[in-house]
Design a protein around this ligand. Structure first.
Ligand SMILES: CCCCCC/C=C/C(=O)SCCNC(=O)CCNC(=O)[C@H](O)C(C)(C)COP(=O)(O)OP(=O)(O)OC[C@H]1O[C@@H](n2cnc3c(N)ncnc32)[C@H](O)[C@@H]1OP(=O)(O)O
Length: 408
């Protein structure tokens, strides 16, 4: 596990006292103008710095040259981005022009890493190379290319088969809560899927949940620059994440295999099809968390379900059943849990055989009518959340979660 995930540590609640303490200290530090020395914070920083050494990093760079198989463009982009982040820090160069395709893709991969600390990037680079080295030595070679699991992802599983690229959230023990690494991997996976030869892209979850939304430990991993910097960088990551759904150029389908919470619900308004098991629920408890809507839901939800029903979800945190979400237009169709996977994949395989270009162009005509507006809304929602994350309402709600006072 890369060090950025160290706060998840086993088990969450055993570490609860430390996490709550760190949050309180960070908040106090902010309240007194950042002048206090904070022992727990320093401990966290030095733990992060204890990840991969410079020597490990150099070894990994040499190992890349010895790989037996070409890891593919998306992995190469990820390696490039992690290398730049590890050696130079956050992306600091102007975005290349639209026609400079290769440099633009490299810039976007680097920029997507946001404020990922150099040490974490170095560790992720080492982990990625080590995964590549073992998979290029192992048994995957016998399988047809199309069925192979694509290397380079740790928190999602990406597979392509029969014209469908599937991105599966893969933290079932944590109900597929989205870590910072996961947001970044989803951005990269969508970028790769947008360029591959599949007709349709699917997002789904592994295990009993689709996703429990933002991993609340994201807010406990405070960098040395302080809590304001954390909020700013999280807002950048959020904006990039939602932006990649707005810009996704081909049909995007959510296969909602179980309950969905928070941001995993709000971005559904940007999908083309949402298929749900009858076990799924849809919950956006933003006010309970001292937060506000994101994923363009402040615009898409009132548009989809009307202002009154949208307010019930987004302001008052009403949890919808799959049937209710379907009646309100957020979900396309609900299937019995016992036949969900079979029915949905049969349907999607049939759709994937439709003429690809026609589907793509149709999607783009629909999206182009409001793309600019969606980007503006995304920017506004992200900047409001940046402020909200620093509020006592939000900090208290997160502390309550860690102290088990406020299970939703
Ligand atoms: C870059 C930042 C962008 C931020 C964008 C803004 C996004 C906002 C949101 O998404 S708001 C929604 C946030 N999500 C929540 O508040 C959900 C919190 N989780 C819960 O309420 C519950 O865990 C549950 C209802 C989802 C499931 O309950 P239950 O069935 O009882 O399971 P457990 O609680 O025992 O969960 C198992 C295990 O997973 C851990 N976990 C679950 N969800 C999260 C989460 N969102 N963040 C962190 N950890 C989570 C849970 O603590 C358990 O861990 P453990 O086994 O105890 O170690």
């Amino acid at each position: 596990m890369p060090p950025q995930n160290s706060a998840h540590g086993p088990p969450f609640r055993v570490a609860m006292a430390g996490v709550v303490g760190r949050l309180i200290r960070c908040w106090c530090r902010r309240a007194v103008g950042g002048s206090l020395k904070v022992p727990a914070l320093q401990l966290h920083v030095s733990k992060t710095a204890m990840g991969a050494s410079q020597k490990d990093f150099e070894n990994a760079m040499n190992q890349v040259k010895l790989l037996k198989e070409d890891p593919g463009n998306e992995v190469k982009l990820k390696l490039y981005a992690l290398y730049k982040q590890a050696t130079e820090g956050p992306c600091n160069t102007p975005k290349p022009g639209v026609f400079d395709l290769i440099n633009k893709a490299k810039w976007e991969a680097w920029n997507a890493l946001g404020s990922l600390p150099k040490e974490t990037a170095r560790q992720n680079y080492v982990d990625l190379v080590s995964g590549l080295s073992s998979s290029s030595d192992s048994s995957s070679q016998g399988k047809p290319e199309a069925e192979r699991k694509q290397a380079g992802y740790e928190t999602v599983v990406m597979t392509s088969e029969e014209g469908i690229t599937k991105i599966m959230l893969n933290r079932p023990a944590k109900k597929n809560a989205l870590t910072e690494q996961m947001y970044q991997e989803i951005i990269l996976a969508l970028e790769a899927a947008s360029k591959d030869d599949s007709a349709i892209t699917v997002l789904t979850g592994n295990g009993d949940y689709y996703s429990s939304g933002n991993d609340l430990t994201n807010f406990t991993n405070i960098p040395p620059e302080g809590v304001e910097a954390k909020a700013k960088n999280s807002a950048i990551l959020l904006r990039n994440f939602v932006g990649s759904f707005i810009d996704f150029p081909k049909p995007l389908v959510a296969v909602v295999n179980g309950p969905a919470v928070g941001i995993s619900v709000t971005v559904l308004g940007l999908f083309d099809l949402v298929y749900a098991t009858d076990r799924a629920t849809f919950h956006t408890p933003f006010s309970h968390l001292g937060q506000t809507p994101e994923g363009c839901s402040s615009y898409t939800f009132p548009k989809i379900m009307g202002p009154a029903k949208a307010a019930e979800m987004l302001i008052f945190g009403k949890k919808l059943t799959a049937g209710e979400a379907c009646a309100q237009g957020l979900v396309t169709e609900v299937f019995p849990d016992s036949s969900f996977q079979k029915e949905v994949w049969t349907r999607l395989k049939a759709y994937s055989k439709l003429p690809q270009n026609a589907m793509r162009i149709s999607k783009q005509i629909i999206r182009s009518q409001e793309k600019e507006k969606l980007h503006a809304i995304n920017a506004k929602e992200s900047s409001i959340l940046q402020e909200r994350w620093l509020s006592s309402e939000c900090m208290n709600a997160i502390m309550n979660f860690f102290s088990q006072k406020a299970k939703l």
